[in-house]
Design a protein around this ligand. Structure first.
Ligand SMILES: [Zn+2]
Ligand SMILES: [Zn+2]
Length: 584
């Protein structure tokens, strides 16, 4: 049995156990379903008028521990529809399921362990009393029966189970750490971004501190792309609808686009992606093979309609700035260009201390072949070239048979954050379809007109998602080069030390260092707490001693202290900034 399958069986078995415990404690509760999910399981109950709270968790867990000792196995019992309906006559949820199962011609089965049995199709561990030992109830939520708002709201109990206590502890620690590092929490503490009901859901405002991070990241991308021979363009955020009919996004992708704006009786759409605009850059003049590969890049502002339920902080938004580029090249250049794109990702990740990552190639779902456009031969060729590039790159990858774009296979970069969460950072594509749709041409060596291959790439994803990730990856402790306030100067006495503090501030600023000056009339303890709250990399406390000696006492965010002259310190910080050091 594969590990994942075993985990699912273990967790679903633990869900039975959870229901058994709940029903012993609240005999009038009605049980519904309890599946395994990623990282755990849940069980939905109708508790009637009873309100459950987190304070009930220890009692439920205790009950689970005592019941499980009597569970030696799961016994499969076939029952008739009539018997099942009789057994569950007071439970309208199970009644609904029983009727459905029998309509579909399925055999109705119970699974029984100890004194507890449940309507179930199977998928359990063999020795529950030995195997279900490391579990934890995590949270409560409301959930509609069968996910429909028309139905009754049930109480969902989320929990998890692991084969060993060590694995469970590790997972719980990760959850704790993730809570501390939640980008929404840190974003508020460090005043990085803000959402405003009056502006609209999913449309972030970058506050001054967050904007610095955004501009540092963008400046880095611009410099890097210039070095890698990309050319920058700027394209409009709205366009006549025809452009998206040409690309095939309309009507196919319409549900993910904002409704059109009518100008002079024509429909204009906010762009959900930059591709068609870059295709127009390519076709703006006759192209020769000598110009290829032509790499067109832009931080392009896109808007996509995401339903309000799926919006989540910066991670899922409706307005996003994308680190986008399209590479136009000849067929025999495509694999090498794709490998270069992978190398660019590796460069960025290395600089940001992201050490674990892999690629995932999404191909067509064989059951939904009508979803995809383009010729079969192009699909096969695009798949073959993408796989060749991925193999040659040496980065580990896996293939999934779903999730391709309608015009070609899609390669995602999955990165692991410092707390071990996997995260889709960017999507890249090798595209033989759009160049034909847009009738892109270049004159080859032999004087013949040919169609280029297009690569879509966005290594730093969108500012929103990527910075959301970086906040959690660094836990707000950004490296010096991207930190909003690199140095804090705290004057012990505003009167006695304020002037020198300002002098230092001026000196540092002239050297291109971002300084936060605190000469307020408040205690030093307060000043230090504020600077720590900002996660400032370097804190300088100025008092009589520092002014007399001419040496600065610098406290690093890590707790280490260093002493140096102002000139030495400027040189020290400038080196950390220019090398994009992850160390302080
Ligand atoms: Zn079951
Ligand atoms: Zn694109």
């Amino acid at each position: 049995m594969k590990n994942e399958e075993y985990l699912n069986h273990l967790r679903h078995s633990a869900a039975h156990l959870l229901a058994a415990a709940v029903l012993e404690l609240w005999p009038n509760a009605k049980k519904t379903i309890g599946p395994a999910i990623e990282n755990g399981f849940y069980f939905d109950f109708d508790f009637g008028d009873v309100k459950l709270s987190e304070e009930d968790f220890p009692a439920i867990e205790k009950k689970m521990k005592s019941i499980v000792q009597t569970w030696k196995g799961f016994e499969r019992i076939e029952v008739s529809k009539e018997q099942a309906l009789e057994d569950y006559k007071d439970n309208e949820y199970k009644t609904e399921l029983i009727n459905e199962f029998s309509q579909n011609g399925e055999t109705i089965t119970y699974y029984k362990s100890g004194n507890y049995s449940d309507l179930c199709e199977g998928g359990h561990v063999e020795q529950p009393s030995k195997e279900i030992k490391a579990f934890k109830i995590l949270s409560l939520a409301g959930a509609y029966w069968r996910g429909s708002e028309k139905n009754k709201m049930l109480t969902r109990i989320y929990a998890t189970a692991f084969p060993t206590q060590e694995e469970l502890d590790e997972y719980l620690n990760m959850l704790e750490e993730a809570k501390k590092r939640d980008h929404r929490k840190i974003g508020k503490e460090m005043q990085l971004f803000h959402f405003e009901e009056e502006i609209g859901q999913g449309l972030p405002i970058w506050l001054p501190n967050g904007n610095i991070i955004k501009e540092e990241l963008e400046g880095w991308a611009k410099k890097t792309e210039a070095e890698w021979d990309y050319q920058r363009v700027t394209t409009p955020v709205i366009t006549k609808e025809n452009l998206f009919f040409t690309s095939g996004h309309l009507p196919l992708y319409k549900d993910s686009m904002y409704a059109p704006i009518v100008i002079e009786e024509e429909n204009y759409y906010l762009k959900p992606m930059n591709c068609p605009f870059h295709h127009k850059v390519f076709s703006s003049s006759p192209r020769s093979y000598k110009e290829l590969p032509l790499r067109v890049c832009e931080y392009g502002l896109c808007h996509r309609y995401e339903d309000s339920g799926s919006l989540f902080g910066l991670m899922r938004v409706r307005g996003m700035d994308m680190n986008d580029a399209h590479i136009y090249c000849a067929m025999d250049q495509a694999v090498e260009e794709f490998i270069n794109v992978i190398k660019l990702h590796e460069y960025y990740y290395k600089m940001l201390g992201i050490t674990e990552y892999e690629m995932e190639l999404a191909l067509r779902n064989p059951e939904k072949m009508d979803k995809y456009h383009g010729e079969e031969s192009d699909w096969e060729l695009a798949e073959k070239m993408t796989i060749e590039a991925m193999e040659k790159s040496g980065v580990p990858f896996k293939i999934v048979h779903d999730g391709a774009a309608f015009y070609g296979p899609k390669m995602d970069f999955q990165i692991k954050s410092s707390i071990g969460r996997m995260f889709t950072a960017s999507t890249n594509q090798l595209d033989l379809y759009m160049p034909k749709k847009f009738d892109l041409k270049y004159i080859d060596k032999d004087g013949q007109e040919k169609t280029p291959v297009v690569l879509h790439r966005a290594p730093l994803g969108t500012h929103e998602r990527f910075i959301g990730f970086l906040i959690e990856h660094f836990g707000g402790n950004f490296p010096v080069w991207m930190h909003p306030s690199q140095v804090a100067i705290l004057a012990i006495s505003p009167d006695k030390h304020g002037d020198y503090a300002k002098e230092l501030q001026k000196k540092f600023r002239e050297a291109g260092i971002r300084v936060n000056l605190n000469i307020e009339a408040e205690t030093l303890g307060n000043k230090i707490r504020k600077a720590q709250g900002d996660r400032t990399p370097y804190m300088i406390v100025l008092g009589d001693k520092e002014i007399e000696s001419g040496n600065l006492a610098i406290r690093k965010r890590t707790g280490d202290n260093i002493n140096m002259s102002p000139d030495e310190f400027v040189a020290y910080v400038k080196e950390k900034i220019s090398s994009k050091s992850l160390e302080l």
